[in-house]
Design a protein. Structure first.
Length: 238
């Protein structure tokens, strides 16, 4: 369930933009972790998949809340993984540079979790054919959040090009097209409506968070180790 049939290509390389990923960036690590999880899962005959996929039954009924995070690092096929990581490679670095590493990690994971929440809400509302046992996996919700951040604040006028068909367009145009496709697929009960429900949730939270990125300070803030001989000061929470 993801962006497996949506291909991206950069048209105009820009500093801090598409594909400008450093060796130790968060985006690099996210891609590496996703690939490693896929390989380990295949070698382990889906044991990571069983532990980490998201569904209403596992995450809510059985209170296995870690699945709001773990499902984001699982993929159903090599194609699913490849195109999600390709999108993350192109669009992740510009948002990472804009937010900074800590906020970027929080942003990505929160958007992914919002995808699971959206999946649940639309299922309860009766808009999805998926049931409580249907698994949800993939990084797509987090990536849609990144795409919306780029499209609405970071680089809305950047020119991107779809591979199939090869049509150049503004990043903001691409993002809203994907949102429209997701909404249409859900309301028409089309193929992968559950995945598109997650896309909508990730895109919606991505849009909201990038308008108020200071909110992420509350998520990423924790005290520094306390030095001996003095109490905690306000500066320790930066």
């Amino acid at each position: 369930m993801g962006l497996a049939d949506r291909d991206y290509y950069r048209a105009e390389p820009r500093r801090g933009s598409f594909g400008s990923m450093s060796a130790w960036s968060v985006t690099t690590w996210l891609i590496a972790i996703n690939v490693a999880v896929y390989v380990v899962n295949v070698m382990g005959h889906d044991w990571l998949y069983q532990f980490g996929y998201f569904s209403s039954d596992t995450a809510i009924s059985q209170f296995e809340v870690w699945r709001f995070i773990t499902f984001q690092f699982l993929h159903g096929s090599i194609q699913h993984l490849f195109f999600n990581m390709l999108a993350l490679y192109f669009f992740g670095p510009m948002v990472e540079q804009y937010l900074g590493q800590r906020k970027y990690v929080a942003f990505y994971l929160l958007c992914g979790a919002a995808g699971a929440v959206s999946y649940l809400l639309l299922m309860v509302a009766g808009l999805l054919r998926e049931g409580p046992f249907t698994p949800l996996v993939g990084a797509s919700a987090g990536i849609l959040g990144i795409l919306m951040a780029g499209a609405t604040r970071v680089a809305p006028d950047a020119t991107v090009m779809l591979i199939f068909p090869p049509i150049p367009m503004k990043l903001r145009t691409m993002a809203w097209i994907f949102v429209g496709i997701a909404a249409y697929t859900i309301f028409s009960n089309g193929h992968n409506a559950g995945g598109e429900a997650a896309h909508l949730g990730g895109a919606a939270l991505g849009y909201l968070l990038i308008q108020r990125p200071d909110f992420l300070n509350y998520v990423t803030r924790w005290p520094k180790p306390r030095s001996r001989g003095r109490g905690m000061k306000m500066d320790d929470w930066r």
